[in-house]
Design a protein around this ligand. Structure first.
Ligand code: IPE
Ligand code: MG
Length: 244
């Protein structure tokens, strides 16, 4: 959700006004996701790196997130949305955490759409936190180093049952992922929109989804369109070094 500050500043308004304007976009995008049957949506509201901003802006974003949770949780609940916080506890305000917990508790049985609200989230922080817990379990003898693989790492992430990201949308014109869902986005389709977040809406989401639907996802695989007689499944020994 990038571009709030620029949206406000180009109108001669303080950056915080842009964050306020972004709330309506977020609710419209959630409604639009529900309308087209999206089952999981994640929003990057505050990163572990956003602490570099001025205290006034950090306080505004955290306080505003807390207020949105309180004011929108009944609507989200009525819409069948399950709210889930994804992030690191660390410096996150206790009052924001308790509002997140309240929204999670209220909406925990909803199944239409899971909304991952990423606050005090960083992709590297998430992987580092997972590694620390894996190392602790190895040290306690609960885990063998040889059992660490990508499925196991997934189980140590903040939201182990979060699906891999299919479509990764960044607004605001920047062509970078800024430490969002690094592990989960390994095979995500990237979509960069020049719209500033307050100018984004459900139609823009649908446009992105429609482009996504036309993408060819191969996950590292390949199909030779010329040699059509090639078998689709090969025996493991066919991958051995022929010169060995
Ligand atoms: C919102 O946009 C993203 C948040 C961190 C809340 P920005 O605050 O990054 O706005 P720009 O990129 O400076 O315009
Ligand atoms: Mg930005």
């Amino acid at each position: 959700m990038d571009g709030n500050g620029r949206w406000a500043n180009t109108r001669g308004l303080p950056r915080t006004d842009g964050h306020r304007e972004g709330e309506a976009t977020l609710m419209d995008v959630i409604a639009g996701a529900l309308e087209i049957g999206v089952s999981e949506l994640s929003a990057y509201a505050f990163s572990t790196e956003n602490w570099k901003r001025s205290p006034a802006e950090v306080r505004y974003i955290l306080g505003f997130s807390r207020q949105i949770l309180r004011e929108q949780r009944d609507d989200l609940n009525a819409w069948g949305v399950r709210v889930r916080w994804v992030g690191r506890e660390g410096r996150l305000w206790k009052s924001v955490l308790s509002e997140l917990r309240a929204a999670e508790e209220l909406t925990k049985d909803n199944r239409k759409l899971t909304f991952n609200l990423c606050i005090n989230y960083g992709g590297k922080a998430e992987i580092a936190d997972a590694m620390a817990r894996i190392a602790a379990d190895v040290a306690d003898g609960l885990l063998k180093p040889s059992s660490v693989n990508d499925q196991l790492i997934q189980r140590y992430l903040y939201a182990p049952d979060m699906a891999d990201v299919d479509l990764f949308i960044r607004t605001g014109g920047e062509q970078r992922t800024s430490n969002f869902l690094m592990w989960e986005s390994a095979y995500a389709e990237m979509y960069f929109s020049d719209l500033l977040w307050p100018d984004f809406d459900r139609l823009a989401l649908w446009r992105a989804c429609s482009e996504f639907a036309g993408r060819d996802r191969r996950y590292g695989g390949a199909v030779d369109r010329v040699a059509t007689t090639e078998p689709r499944v090969w025996a493991p020994e066919e991958y051995d070094d022929p010169d060995a």
